[in-house]
Design a protein around this ligand. Structure first.
Ligand SMILES: [Zn+2]
Length: 414
């Protein structure tokens, strides 16, 4: 077997943090539950940690074409209240003006480009590998290159339009197996002194709460504040501003300036920090034990349990541990209703089934920022004696949250 190489520091000193065994692709909801499990696409997956720099990663990723071809869900159905704040920050700090040339890598259906256009920025270009959403962005009048971005791909853009004043890259870097090539491409594309805005999921949150649902097959890189800043420094970007947002389990946003010089040598992880990461599997087990104990108690006397949300985090949780304690899955999106969860084959139904089926407890598996609106929409369920509890960090309603001791965060000041 080939030795794995850390995507961040290039060390080969990696070890397995969690071996998940075989998992399905979480987005492939089933039309029928009759398909034998052996006929479903699964893959062997494990989470590794670099013992030198502490970067957590999935080394053996599913091939991109398997994951992203005909990627049908666009980003805009999911509200992103923090997006405006990020773009306001760009304006406030004069990182862009109306004449700036802005490139967004992974522009999806153009939600951020649209906001920038409303702000008066005219020179906008999107790069998006997924055809369906790239077409949507193009229909909105944006120049879009339907391709993956990597080293060498910037030549055409630079020749045609010049170098970029600002590169936006939101919720992309965690998907990239070829980080070196990707960052070299950004170096080719950006002006000296130009700005980058990187947004990634904040792994320090699931790490703290023992939340396994962050370990999604589409995310091969798990950044904390520390590792994101180190990565940028390695390619000549000095991080200037960091923002955290309560979005999709926690998002980290860094604004950095390109100085074309490496100004930081790689910091090795210390024993305490490494130990904290190595204890992640124990925190997962401890959290899941609490959840299972609650569900066992609720199911005494035949009470039913539901899970709200059929997204990737819910599918991971069900197949990893909770399937035998959950009776139904409910979801607001009509396109997911009357389908079945891959592997465990639980039915996905509309939320009114919570009352119809006399569900005793409903586990919220929606992102924390959406929980209040879900509970508000389903007030009748609670008035009928139902109960909501959360299973996704960093929810205020997370099972066992009050018992969680404040843990030391592995973070530094910028
Ligand atoms: Zn490393």
């Amino acid at each position: 077997m080939l030795k794995h190489i850390c995507r961040l520091c290039h060390s080969t000193n990696l070890s397995t943090l969690i071996d998940f065994g075989k998992r399905p692709i979480t987005k492939r909801l089933l039309i029928s539950p009759t398909l034998p499990q052996s006929a479903e696409f699964t893959y062997q997956i494990s989470l590794n940690v670099c013992r030198d720099c502490g970067f957590v990663q999935i080394s053996d990723a599913i091939p991109q074409d398997e994951l992203y071809t005909n990627y049908v869900l666009s980003t805009s159905w999911k509200p992103q209240p923090h997006l405006k704040d990020e773009l306001d920050e760009l304006l406030k700090n004069r990182y862009i003006s109306e004449s700036s040339f802005v490139v967004e890598i992974g522009c999806n259906d153009g939600i951020a480009l649209e906001l920038l256009r409303q702000y008066g920025v005219r020179n906008l270009l999107g790069i998006e590998p997924s055809r369906d959403v790239a077409e949507k962005a193009a229909e909105s009048g944006f120049m879009v290159i339907n391709d993956y971005f990597m080293e060498g791909k910037a030549d055409f853009i630079v020749t045609q339009y010049g170098k970029a004043d600002l590169i936006i890259c939101r919720q992309v870097l965690e998907h990239i197996t070829y980080i070196d090539s990707f960052m070299h491409g950004i170096q080719e594309l950006i002006k000296p002194g130009g700005t980058v805005l990187f947004e990634v999921p904040d792994f320090s949150i699931p790490l703290k709460y023992g939340d396994i649902t962050a370990t999604w097959e589409e995310h091969v890189n798990y950044f904390t504040e520390d590792t994101l800043i180190q990565l940028l420094a390695r390619y000549g970007f000095r991080s200037l501003i960091l923002r955290r947002y309560n979005f999709s389990g926690g998002a980290l946003c860094v604004f950095a300036k390109y100085s074309s010089e490496k100004f930081s040598s790689f910091r090795l992880v210390n024993e305490e920090e490494l130990n904290y990461i190595l204890c992640y599997p124990q925190r997962i087990e401890s959290f899941l034990k609490k959840v299972v104990d609650v569900l066992k108690e609720e199911k005494k006397g035949g009470g039913k349990v539901a899970i709200y949300g059929a997204g990737n985090r819910s599918v991971i949780l069900l197949n990893y541990r909770l399937k035998e304690f959950v009776d139904i899955v409910v979801d607001d999106q009509p396109e997911k209703q009357n389908r079945f969860v891959p592997l465990c084959h639980l039915p996905i139904l509309p939320p009114d089934e919570l009352i119809k089926q006399h569900v005793r407890v409903c586990l919220l598996a929606v992102n924390a920022e959406n929980e209040e609106s879900v509970m508000q929409k389903n007030k009748n369920y609670e008035e009928n004696g139902g109960k909501f509890l959360s299973v996704l960090s960093p929810s205020a309603y997370l099972i066992g949250k009050n018992e969680l001791k404040e843990q030391k965060r592995c973070a530094r000041n910028l």
